[in-house]
Structure formats: C-alpha cells, structure tokens
Write a protein that binds this ligand. Structure first.
Ligand code: ZN
Length: 311
C-alpha cells in the first residue's frame, strides 16, 4: 500500500482578508495555524496553512488571501465543498458556537447514512462537519473554545461538481486508486483503496449547471497524498501514461508536488508526506513567524511592511 495514493494531502482555497481568514479558521473552526508563508509564485500574497498539531496530511487546509478579491462562484468543473470529520453528538456544540459567531449554516441532514452540518466561511466557502460511519482515531488540535469532544479530526471528504462525472471518475479509479463505494441520485462516492482517513471524494453530476469560477471563497486545487518522492515520480508516469500532461516535480518547501488538470477541469496536485512543516521552525512554534523560501528571503523586510498583520 506504500506506493499508492493515501487520500487527500491538502486542499487549497482563495480567501479575502487574511486577518478574517485567520480568525475564522483558528478561533471559530479551532484549527492550528501551521505555517505563515507567502505564495511562492506571488510573494506579496500570504500562503496560510491550517491543520492539526503537526500538519498531518489529510488535515491541511491552505489559503491564498487577497485583501481585494472578487467573489468566486460554485459550479461545474470545480471542487465545491470540504467535509471535516467530527465526533458523534458534537452538532449541538457547533450550532451554538456558529450562532455565537454569526456563522451561516443549514440544519443538519444526512447522506450515505452520515449526519452532516453545512456552513460557510466568511468568504462563502462551503464546508461541512460530518459524523463519519468509519471510526476516526485522529487526535485533534484543540483550543479553549473548541475542545476534544467537538474538534475536527481532519478531512472526511471533498466534493467535486461536474457536468459529466465519467472522465473524472476514470482518473480517480484508473490512475489514483479510488473505487466507487456508494451512489445516491447524482452523487457518486469514491473511496481511496489505500487510505483510511481523508479517503473520500464525492463526484456530483450537475448537467447544465453554470461552470464555477475560482476566486474568493472557492477551492483552487485538491492535493492527493503519497509517501515520498519516489512514489510521486511513479505517479508522474502514470498520469502521463493515461494521456494527461503533468508538471515536473516542484519543491514546495514542506512537500514535493506535481500538478495536473483532470479532464473535468479541476486542478489536481500530488504531494509528498516528506519533509513536513517542522523543516524550518520548531514543532511548538509552528505558524508564529513569517517563513520564506530561500528565493524570497531578500524580500523579507518589504513583505513584513506590505503583508497585513495577523498574529
Ligand atoms: Zn497545493
């Protein structure tokens, strides 16, 4: 199983105000800020990483915040929802907590025999808390406001909305090692054969719906997880063998990545577990300082002046 895709590694989305994003994900959702760095391709923009204590793959949600961003729009050809696993009986807490913090949410519902609670972040990104049928033993990051009995355990699933599910389903099953586990009406649930957590991708077929637009409050890409660079490069071959183009290996400081666009229009990444977030700061101090890759270190003073202050 070691040379396989192991589930979701991270999900990256676009936000507006960095401060508002930081407040929501750390205080309201109760995640840890793992890394405060910049977009390596656009260093005057932050790249903020949130997750569990160590930044375990399958818990990592990252944002590019642009202070003056245009809102995106959910639609076909994009990932449209992020599901977090939470403990059974935690919804009463979350509903109270959302009420206290002015969070927009829907009343709990159920799909595939699992209860879920849908809510929006301040930029309109759609998130869900799901009580998983499968046991989830991941140890959560906890805060004063969000204790262990309620805290998110990491990703449960992500949903991709498509005009036609078939081409994307072929990539999931023939290249990435997913299998169709359940289907209800237009929702097809794919599960990663080699992963036990963050293992679900739901494909929703929405024929005739408007194409989505990736901007504020929208998901930019989904990264799948592999153990190391050796496996990463095996997947480069597999994706090419399937007839899709894929980038060379890119060093993202905290992992190594490949990117390709799947035929349904969504940007997929494959990312390694190594080297992880403790490569440039101590585990206890993750997220406290602005961390820059060597190529952007000369910009540090300018960046500290220009980037909005977040704790
Ligand atoms: Zn990424």
């Amino acid at each position: 199983m070691e040379n396989k895709i192991l589930g979701i590694h991270h999900i990256t989305a676009i936000a507006g105000s960095a401060k508002r994003n930081y407040d929501f994900y750390t205080r309201v959702l109760g995640l840890r800020l793992l890394k405060k760095t910049v977009n390596f391709d656009d260093p005057y923009t932050y790249h903020l990483y949130y997750g569990d204590e160590q930044g375990s793959p399958g818990t990592i949600l990252t944002f590019f915040p642009y202070e003056q961003v245009n809102p995106g729009r959910r639609g076909t050809g994009m990932a449209t929802e992020i599901g977090y696993a939470v403990p059974a009986d935690s919804f009463d807490f979350w509903i109270d907590h959302f009420d206290r913090n002015g969070v927009i949410y829907n009343k709990p519902a159920e799909k595939f025999g699992e209860k879920y609670l849908t809510f929006l972040d301040p930029d309109g990104l759609k998130l869900e808390l799901t009580v998983s049928k499968a046991p989830d033993a991941r140890k959560p990051w906890t805060t004063d406001e969000v204790g262990e009995a309620y805290a998110t355990r990491g990703f449960h699933h992500t949903t991709i909305t498509l005009e036609d599910v078939k081409p994307t389903a072929r990539v999931l099953t023939e290249v990435l090692g997913y299998r169709l586990a359940e289907q209800h009406v237009n929702r097809y649930r794919y599960v990663c054969e080699a992963g036990s957590t963050a293992a679900i991708i739901d494909l929703v077929e929405a024929k005739g719906e408007q194409p989505g637009f990736v901007a504020g409050g929208a998901i930019h890409h989904i990264a799948f997880r592999v153990k190391n660079e050796e496996v990463l490069m095996e997947y480069q071959e597999r994706v090419r063998g399937f007839g899709l183009s894929i980038t060379p290996k890119i060093d993202r400081n905290y992992f190594y990545s490949l990117y390709f666009r799947e035929p349904g229009g969504v940007l997929f990444e494959i990312a390694t577990d190594n080297p992880g977030f403790a490569i440039d700061e101590q585990q206890e101090a993750l997220g406290q300082q602005l961390k820059l890759p060597p190529q952007h270190e000369p910009l540090r003073e300018k960046l500290l002046q220009r980037l909005p202050a977040i704790p």
